[in-house]
Write a protein that binds this ligand. Sequence first.
Ligand SMILES: [Fe+2]
Length: 246
Amino acid sequence: MLFRLLVRPLLARPLLARPLLAGLTALWLLLGPALPAWAEFSLPPLPYAATALEPAIDATTMTIHHDRHHGAYVANLNGQIAANPALADLSLDALQGKISAFPLAVRNNGGGHWNHSQFWAVLAPEGQGGTPSSELLAAINKNFGSLEAMQSQFNQAAAARFGSGWAWLIRKADGSLAITSTANQDNPLMDLPGIERGVPLLGLDVWEHAYYLKYQNRRPDYIKAWWSLVNWNEVNGRLANAAVPL
Ligand SMILES: [Fe+2]
């Protein structure tokens, strides 16, 4: 429709189109650098259908969680760019390690964007997430004794997180693996006091918005069902790429 109404008539009248395009270009060159980078951060699409994680996570929860909650973190983060121009020069990853230099709104929304982006990626439809690699299993066995022991410690951290937050399996700078938990939208990449830092290999959202429609107050049931969705192929890749020190 837009093409038919605006672009085609212009193409048919090059004498009109040329000065119009030149004018728009000049305007952009004049004003562009002064404009905030509204579109610096964007909401990644879900890598599967909203129904794909059922029955463990229902489609309504997935849609609201992704489109509205994650979408709001992205929009609010972009809304902070004008007041914090340094944001426009940072990737989402790089921002996490410099978060202490920014106000709380950037911490909450920048963390929310990073955390949820990893969350969709470490999940897969049941039966399609592969299995832990031999490297990951060796690291888990070395640090926790067994896969089951790691999962038990992870479940405890997720269940014990008071209020809203996340549980994490991380690879620390010394190469060891650890289970940790963060409040609100903080994460282990953040340069904040009280954060056990490391590269997140697997992160679980235990905010009520992640499970309340289906599980209400039964967070442990959500955590148990969530394990059936873990995308081990993604976790294996994260371990391989986490060799870079923080
Ligand atoms: Fe969430």
